[in-house]
Design a binder for this molecule. Structure first.
Ligand code: ADP
Length: 755
């Protein structure tokens, strides 16, 4: 018989749960299973009746962008009792449901696992009691489970991110940015309390993203040998003010504690600051706004791909083995043993409780530890004195190519981290134009103050790629300023320029210095990096605008063709299509054929004939030179007759602007920090030929790819990597975007005869 699955959301709500629900329902139907939503978490499972309802393709329409969970969530003490669970089993059996996708935190997932373990026993008891027939029991001898972690705290072991954490980070970052501006106006200190239960993720990441001055987290209490931490904190804040900073922000995680396990409350911190600084200090407790609101693009995409994987896992799982948890590791969706992840998560909590902070930090993982270390340097108000005898490197830093949100955060981090190690940072204005025209200056520590949240490029940027007589000018500038190394934070033209310098080394020995390209481009089309700085911000800007466009379209039976940037790279188009639920996306990588367009028109007509109220097609700007956005719109308009009308929206430069998303700021800081370290390492190694490399994260590792090799991995005509990881997400996008497969059998009368 057809497999029947149930899906529920349980425990604390998290933005992205609806996206997960939508993906679970549609993937189940696509795979030929039936699916029921269990309302109000385990409470609905125990209540039964209309709390467990069959779902159709369209029952999850229009929920992708909504915060919270449309099927409700609850905490249910009854489910902790055996009797409660027995009633739940009865309700599931009666509907012949023997597979579950549970979206919740560690508590909810533990409950699900318990249900799976007890299933056979409880079923047997129900048969004995005459509550269910032996036949029915025989057909459903086991329950399979897949868990999706919905938690804004990002506190689950085994997965790099949980559903809702990115959105919460956005809310916090926006709030702290806002507080910073009022704090700076009044020269005031603020204590901001963020959520996270026993996990410092939100606190650490928001502090990096906003450039906060001090942070307190549960996993690593403040610890200074010769003084109490309060005095040290006040000292750092005071010296910052002396150096000219006007605002002081301290971020306190709700579970923060000191070495002895005493809670560090925000009120305690406020008092300590008032005593130490002798001025008014305000507290902002962010509270539930962190949970609320529309999910970010990342949360929608993450929830979507994990939801599809959960269904495939449940359908293929052997219920006799462990329950599965779906997670993401190094940018790849993975299936993990659920209970092991829960066990390790509880171990972290226990370690914090018992004061074993080293273990807690160890279990949180390398990436968290590195982020915390970087933060400690960044928050220092003034640089360390240089170590005697250590060579002070003179490092040039510039932006190149189009502006990408997060460029300033990268430059700020490079300046601060390099200065802290005693090096001199030279800011080069307007990319290679600055090197050609000798337009540079020496950065001071405070020169980058407040840069973390700023969009655009304070240094200025340009697409200038040196050529001909420019080489001589560049070489002269490098020599005159005794530049030992270059850091280029930028996109395609920056990479091209670096390649040219590499190729011209024999003619210009001045070019024989280490050069690091840090990927910064909204297009995400750079070699040697899966993510470039700025792309996440652009994706969120597109997603927000398309949400609005969709609302306007619904109101008037309209189909929109939305054109997004990316040149020949379809990253922004595909990812925004997944994040907004577009029915079709046109990419240069796939090409656009007339036969496809014909099919698209037919599908749109079929959809609108079946009550569809809006259509959304996303076209990457370089998808096809002849089948332009205008052409597509005209074609669809003409073919649709009176059924719907078609409008165009070319999003344009808003995609390059805006305050950088937290992900972009954090990526910027991580890359810049490692770049500075690498330059030092090279300086110590003194290789014959100085390396020119492109850096970036690939499959979770920070890599340095030599520029010539990187360029060989790149399509020379279309300026994008030959292999692009996100292309693997196309089947998921296509599956979810299809019209309700159950109406396939219906013969449609097209409004007008299609092509
Ligand atoms: P979260 O899932 O967000 O961690 P909770 O810990 O409150 O939230 O769990 C949500 C619900 O999951 C609980 O109200 C209860 O119904 C169920 N649950 C939690 N822990 C267990 C457990 N150990 N055994 C059975 N059910 C549990």
């Amino acid at each position: 018989m057809t497999k029947r699955l149930g899906v529920l959301t349980s425990g604390g709500d998290a933005p992205g749960m609806n996206a997960a629900l939508r993906a679970v329902v549609r993937a189940a139907l696509d795979r030929g299973a039936e699916i029921y939503a269990i309302y109000e978490g385990y409470r609905g499972m125990i209540a039964g009746g209309d709390q467990i309802r069959p779902m159709t393709w369209n029952s999850v329409g229009g929920i992708l962008q909504r915060g919270g969970t449309v099927i409700g969530t609850a905490r249910c003490p009854d489910f902790q009792t055996r009797d409660g669970r027995k009633q739940a089993v009865r309700n599931l059996l009666e509907r012949e449901i023997d597979g579950l996708v549970v979206i919740g935190g560690d508590g909810s997932l533990t409950g699900a696992n318990l249900l799976r373990q007890e299933w056979a026993e409880l079923v047997a008891e129900l048969v004995d009691e005459g509550a269910v027939s032996a036949d029915l029991a025989e057909r459903h001898r086991a329950l399979s489970i897949a868990g999706l972690v919905g938690s804004i705290d990002n506190d689950m072991y085994g997965t790099d991110m949980t559903i809702g954490a990115d959105t919460a980070l956005h809310r916090i970052t926006d709030a702290v940015d806002a507080i910073t501006s009022t704090a700076a106006s009044h020269q005031r200190a603020f204590v901001v309390e963020v959520m996270g239960r026993r996990c410092g993720y939100l606190a650490v990441m928001s502090a990096i993203a906003t450039g906060a001055e001090w942070v307190l987290i549960p996993e690593s209490p403040p610890d200074f040998e010769h003084e109490d931490w309060q005095a040290r904190m006040c000292e750092v804040l005071r010296s910052g003010l002396k150096m000219g900073r006007r605002d002081n922000i301290v971020i306190v995680a709700e579970g923060a504690q000191d070495r002895h396990g005493n809670p560090i409350t925000s009120e305690y911190v406020r008092q300590a600051l008032e005593d130490g600084l002798g001025e008014d200090v305000r507290i902002t407790v962010l509270g539930h706004v962190q949970r609320g609101g529309s999910p970010t693009a990342y949360d929608r995409i993450l929830s979507t791909i994990m939801g599809v994987e959960a269904v495939d896992a449940v359908l293929s799982a052997d219920p006799a083995t462990d329950s599965l948890m779906i997670g993401i590791q190094n940018n790849k969706v993975v299936r993990l043993p659920l209970m092991e992840c829960v066990k390790k998560t509880l171990e972290i909590n226990a370690a914090i409780k018992s004061g074993d902070y080293d273990k807690a930090m160890q279990l949180r993982g390398r990436s968290f530890r590195t982020a915390f270390e970087i933060l400690r340097t960044l928050t220092r108000a003034a640089p360390h004195a240089p170590t005697p005898g250590q060579k002070r490197l003179r490092i040039g830093v510039m932006n190149a190519s189009g502006p990408a949100p997060g460029m300033n955060a990268a430059v700020r981090a490079a300046v601060r981290l390099a200065a802290d190690r005693g090096h001199v940072l030279l800011g080069i204005r307007r990319g290679f134009r600055g090197l050609i025209n000798d337009d540079l200056f020496e950065f001071e520590w405070m020169g980058v103050n407040g840069w973390a949240p700023m969009g655009g490029s304070e240094l200025g940027t340009s697409r200038k790629v040196p050529d001909g007589k420019d080489y001589y000018a560049v070489a002269r500038t490098l020599e005159e300023h005794r530049i030992d190394a270059l850091v280029i934070v930028g996109g395609w033209s920056g990479y091209e320029a670096a390649l040219r310098l590499y190729q011209e080394r024999d003619n210009y020995p001045a070019f024989n210095i280490p050069i690091i390209c840090i990927p910064a481009s909204i297009n995400n089309n750079l070699p040697g990096a899966q993510h470039s700085i700025g792309a996440d911000t652009a994706l969120n800007s597109i997603t927000e605008v398309v949400d609005k466009i969709k609302q306007s379209a619904v109101a008037s039976n309209r189909c929109f063709v939305v054109e997004v940037m990316g040149r020949y790279c379809g990253y922004l188009a595909l990812m925004s299509a997944i994040a907004t639920g577009a029915e079709r996306v046109y990419l240069h990588e796939e090409g656009v054929r007339l036969a496809d367009l014909q099919q698209d028109i037919q599908q749109l007509i079929k959809g609108f004939n079946h009550g569809k109220r809006l259509g959304l097609l996303i076209r990457s700007e370089g998808a096809n030179p002849l089948y332009t956005t205008q052409f597509l719109a005209a074609l669809f308009e003409e073919e649709s007759g009176d059924l719907f009308n078609v409008r165009i929206s070319v999003l344009g430069h808003l995609q390059q602007g805006g305050d950088p998303a937290p992900f972009d700021r954090i990526l910027a800081v991580r890359l810049a920090a490692r770049a500075v370290e690498r330059l030092e390492e090279w300086h110590a190694e003194q290789p014959d030929e100085a390396p020119i490399v492109c850096m970036g994260y690939q499959h979770g590792e920070l890599t340095f790819t030599p520029i010539d090799e990187a360029m060989r991995m790149t399509d020379p005509v279309y300026h994008r990597p030959k292999k692009q990881w996100w292309m693997d997400l196309r089947p998921v996008a296509r599956m979810l975007a299809q019209p309700d497969p159950s109406i396939d059998g219906v013969e449609d009368e097209p409004a007008v005869q299609p092509l």
